[in-house]
Design a protein around this ligand. Sequence first.
Ligand code: OXD
Length: 313
Amino acid sequence: MSPRPTLLLLIPVGWAGLWTPWLGKADLNVLLHGRDSYRPDAIDYVLSFRPPPGFLKTLPNLKTIFSVGAGVDAFLADPEFPSHVPLVRFVDPQLSTEMAQYVVLHTLLFHRNQQVFDAAQAQGKWAQQMLPRGTADTRIGILGLGEIGGIAGTRLRDLGFAVSGWSRTHKHVPGIKSYAGDEELGAFLGASDIAICLLPLTAGTRGILNAKTFATMPKGGYVINVARGGHLIEADLIAAIDSGHLAGATLDVFETEPLPEDNPLWRHPRIVVTPHIAAISDPRVAAQYVIDGIEGAERGERHEHTVDPGRGY
Ligand code: OXD
């Protein structure tokens, strides 16, 4: 009989209570980094989100690394990441649906001028009635038309918006216009009244939300970033809003998290800030995903959501 596989939880110690009830049901040795002692060569599997750089390479017998989240940039940013070990992203329809809900919510809050009414209510004023811009005339551009972008795009399409998507290669999503590659980015942005970033963070997408991007968008445009803080040059966004070119932005992710108290984004009247909550992996679902993944790996199978380190997702 082969020994029970050992899974190391390389997550903040305070998170462990969320995971162990579900992982404890499986035929696994579950260890928590920072609480349990262990020999590095005894670790078969790791579950993590932001592993300390250089740490994973110290585990010589790793068979697979599981990400707590859909994004794996923090793993691949490690210059010593052991790229011979399969890295599996968390892909979950519930997580994708919640991301899409966030995107729809913040698109509608902007589209329906909700900030104007919030400000009027704060002053006890009956705001002037105003018609939203025509929905069919409002062009939404989704940067990253993958799993999550496809769902968000179809939800917005079904609400009557004119939706486009931009990705590395052309995608076929009914009712959504597809743009691809650097050569089509300008045309895509020029037709995006609301630009929504759902891209993976890679060397090619870092800083993609910058002064040039904003200048290419139509005047009065709006930006929603739910991907990674590294996609956005924060000072360029503030300058584009303050100049009157962009109408505002909703940001759920930041280069530094938690967002430092003195960051001007907190107090900008046209920027909505939320604390990286667009969607949160459900430990019950994710634990089962990891258990199934370990069973598959033990049978010698390659997980369908194994990351291509060269591509970055
Ligand atoms: C994720 C995240 O990548 O929560 O899933 O940001």
